[in-house]
Design a protein around this ligand. Structure first.
Ligand code: MF3
Ligand code: CO
Length: 295
């Protein structure tokens, strides 16, 4: 038995990861190391979460569409645009790139993208009536399926002249994601990432939403592990090369408390009505750090 209950291949047999290489030349050393960590009481994710080169190539092809959409949004978003216009751009772009939205019909979600303005924390519904105006901040959260692989990232867009404190919220949230990325070290802990994100947000006087976090991603939209941004360094799963996940903190100007719209069960807002920001990136842990896959 092993750290995930599966039987390891014989040294000269093909590696379990599907690389085609012999086990002894591939994940043999990794598994030995994980076994020791597991014996020492560390949290170790099961091997089916560790992506091989083929998986990474598939995710990158999906992510090229995802980032292309967010670039397109950045070039066209402005006061006077409705969030339904954004949903329409997304549908056109996906159709032109042989891809589909991962959001549409996900657990019944009715649109192709999430558009979350000001006090909307996440899962905002595109709507013809929601026309962007000067001073708004909006998160556009895009998730794509292409060739069986998922990609997921989101960006903030500032519309026209935004209040300096709101702008600071957007910038601090972005910095918190960068700090999280800098904390991604192979053989470190996932909690190192969450703690780094949280520190930037809290030191700036903002709060971090606890109920939502990042997630593993690959052939499924939401895989293990859950990535909390209210975490302690040195805790949580080991960051094994091949682990692919998102960093996507929701940072609030006021209270961390949130409410979910009872009419639709989706739209999440800050409890105090103050603004919230979110940026999301998708990465894979590598032998010497990480590789950004979607942003
Ligand atoms: N894109 C979100 C995430 O970052 C998930 C949205 S699910 C949806 O994980 F159904 F609301 F689209
Ligand atoms: Co996500």
């Amino acid at each position: 038995m092993s750290y995930d209950g599966l039987k390891n291949p014989d040294r000269n047999d093909p590696c379990w990861c599907g690389s085609g290489r012999k086990y002894k030349k591939c994940h043999y050393e990794t598994d030995k190391r994980l076994e020791l960590l597991w014996d020492a009481g560390e949290e170790v994710m099961p091997r089916d979460l560790y992506k091989n080169a083929e998986d990474i190539a598939g995710i990158k092809a999906s992510a090229a569409v995802n980032t292309g959409i967010l670039d397109y949004v950045g070039e066209h978003i402005a006061a006077g645009v409705s969030t339904m216009d954004i949903n329409n751009w997304v549908n056109d772009y996906l159709a032109a790139h042989d891809a589909i939205s991962a959001d549409l019909n996900f657990e019944g979600y009715p649109y192709s993208v999430c558009t979350s303005i000001n006090e909307v924390v996440c899962h905002g519904f595109p709507n013809e009536a929601d026309v962007l105006k000067d001073g708004d901040i909006i998160n556009v959260d895009m998730s794509t399926i292409k060739g069986g692989y998922f990609s997921d990232s989101s960006r903030m867009y500032c519309i026209g002249d935004v209040d300096p404190e709101w702008k600071r919220l957007v910038e601090v949230c972005h910095e918190s994601v960068q700090a999280g990325l800098a904390a991604v070290k192979p053989w470190g802990h996932l909690g190192d990432v969450g703690a780094a994100v949280q520190k930037v947000a809290v030191d700036a006087g903002f709060s971090v939403v606890r109920e939502y976090g990042g997630h593993g991603i690959g052939r499924e939209f939401h895989e293990d592990p859950f990535v909390s941004f209210v975490a302690e360094a040195g805790t949580g799963p080991i960051l094994v090369p091949g682990l692919c996940f998102t960093i996507e903190p929701m940072v609030n100007m006021g209270t961390a408390a949130i409410t979910t719209d009872e009419a639709n069960g989706w739209i999440v807002r800050t409890a105090d009505g103050k603004p919230s920001a979110q940026w999301e990136v998708q990465l894979v842990v590598t032998e010497d750090g990480y590789e950004l896959l979607s942003w």
